[in-house]
Design a protein. Structure first.
Length: 272
């Protein structure tokens, strides 16, 4: 049996979709639409709800943090270390037909990526690659699909920035809560869902509802988008949660007996 491990969904999109929309503005302390400096003596305009929500998106100045999320393809969790340009992401995907679960983790420090893979609930099944229980150092030129080995792509691993930027309606509610609608056909937001999901949504993609929560510290705590049912795709929640800003551990390169060069079987798994 040859079974390709899916690293699609949030994991793939977290690596592939740039957070440049948020980073380019927020890294300098600005938010979209407010780049005009106030004249001396002129009071600064209060940010709109959309601008305030964008300002809460992780952009690398609040230290390390943890995150978790889910979408139609599975769940993810991990750490982000903006100062060290490091990310650790783990995702678990259950095979709908055979019942086994593949847990795959990536650790990234600057330009180097390591991978760890575990198969569970495999009783009665054969043909799984034999991989050591260590961090496997990957060589990018041996991977046919670069998205399978994500590099550091910025702090906004859940793509909250591009999605909020594409919001056509944002309302601020009580206690740091926000709600509105997103046009998934707009800009970078159009890359967040898979091509198949976007095609199935058709006209529904232009007004997808979302909610968000900003914590007392001013940082984004959660972002949830309610993707409607379309075609054979059931309705699902695209959810990303953030916590432990500034207190999560830093990410370091694995060393010693915990790491080895990836064997050929690891590349066969990634390359399908």
């Amino acid at each position: 049996m040859t079974q390709r491990t899916r690293t699609a969904g949030l994991l793939r999109r977290a690596a592939a979709t740039s957070a440049a929309l948020a980073l380019s503005a927020l890294a300098t302390g600005c938010v979209p639409g407010t780049d005009r400096a106030a004249e001396p003596g002129e009071p600064s305009a209060a940010p709109t709800p959309k601008e305030a929500l964008l300002a809460a998106v992780p952009h690398g100045t609040k230290g390390t943090f943890r995150f978790s999320g889910k979408d139609s393809s599975g769940t993810i969790s991990g750490l982000v270390d903006p100062a060290g340009k490091g990310t650790e992401i783990s995702t678990a995907v259950k095979d709908a037909d055979l019942g086994f679960t593949t847990t795959i983790s990536f650790r990234v420090v600057t330009e180097q990526t390591w991978m760890k893979v575990k198969f569970s609930n495999t009783k009665g099944l054969t043909g799984f690659p034999k991989l050591p229980d260590r961090w496997l150092r990957l060589e990018r030129d041996r991977i046919s699909d670069a998205e399978s080995a994500p590099g550091y792509e910025g702090a906004d691993v859940g793509n909250a920035g591009p999605l909020i930027e594409a919001a056509t309606k944002v309302e601020e509610q009580a206690d740091g809560r926000y709600a509105g609608t997103i046009d998934l056909t707009s800009g970078e937001a159009a890359k967040v869902l898979t091509d198949e999901e976007m095609a199935a949504l058709a006209g529904k993609a232009a007004a997808v509802p979302f909610t968000a929560q900003v914590g007392a510290d001013g940082n984004l705590a959660s972002f949830a988008m309610q993707v409607p049912a379309a075609g054979s795709q059931k309705a699902y929640e695209y959810l990303v949660q953030y916590r432990d800003y500034g207190s999560a551990p830093k990410i370091t390169a694995p060393a010693g007996s915990a790491v080895q060069d990836a064997p050929a079987a690891a590349y066969e798994l990634l390359n399908g």
